[in-house]
Design a protein around this ligand. Structure first.
Ligand code: GLN
Length: 221
């Protein structure tokens, strides 16, 4: 069902087209955002996967960094996948020198937490509010190291067990030698109008996470 919500995809870097297609599939109008005037016209914003340091530098260079922070402060709904999760986190571990984020979600994320590129992995995820399983695609993914002390209203929506920053192969719930031993790493959160996942639903053809976000945008409008 198509309606009138217009959702921007931050189009500085990363997998923009896949997010735009997923948003259109759940009935939203998707537009690319590369300048402040385009940001003004959207009801919500997706921050794609890609590389968070590059995205930060480009957002500054394109005069979008402060305008996006301002819209987020004013309550604009936003959804970040992977690098986008990092951009929405208030704090980042293993950040590049000087790396800044838009912030908004009171979490500390660890970049590249599950290991190096070769340690990218896939597996089933249960996600609060979505029936059955999602297929999680993790590519040099961050995890949420912690919800910030004193934060209120941060909901943990999904976890995977296992995985380590030292290059041990990360595995998903149920089939890991670490499976029973480590509490599952947080890989999806929501705080108010902000949603973030470590993984990339835009790469799977399953648009249910985008459906959740489109509903958040409709509710906020
Ligand atoms: N490791 C990347 C970063 O730090 C994120 C990877 C991704 O978005 N697939 O930004």
């Amino acid at each position: 069902m198509r309606d009138d919500v217009t959702i921007g995809v931050l189009a500085l870097q990363g997998d923009v087209r896949e997010h735009a297609e997923a948003l259109e599939a759940v009935g939203a109008r998707a537009v690319a955002v590369r300048r402040a005037s385009e940001l003004d016209a959207v009801d919500g914003l997706v921050i794609p996967g890609g590389e968070s340091t590059a995205m930060w530098k480009l957002a500054v260079a394109f005069d979008l960094f402060d305008p996006i922070r301002k819209r987020l402060d004013e309550g604009m709904p936003a959804y970040g996948s992977c690098a986008g999760m990092i951009m929405l986190a208030d704090h980042v571990l293993d950040a590049a020198a000087g790396q800044q984020t838009f912030g908004g979600i009171a979490i500390t994320v660890r970049r590249n937490a599950f290991g190096r590129q070769v340690d990218s992995f896939e597996g089933p995820i249960s996600f609060t509010g979505i029936d059955g399983e999602l297929h999680g695609v993790f590519i040099r993914a961050p995890w949420v190291e912690s919800v910030d002390e004193g934060a209120s209203g941060v909901e943990v929506l999904a976890r995977v067990s296992g995985g380590a920053a030292d290059g041990r192969v990360a595995s998903v719930a149920g089939d890991s030698e670490y499976g029973g031993a480590v509490p599952g790493r947080i890989v999806a959160v929501r705080q108010g109008n902000l949603l973030a996942t470590s993984f990339h639903p835009e790469l799977t053809g399953d648009h249910r996470v985008h459906g959740v976000f489109a509903e958040m945008v409709r509710a906020a409008r």
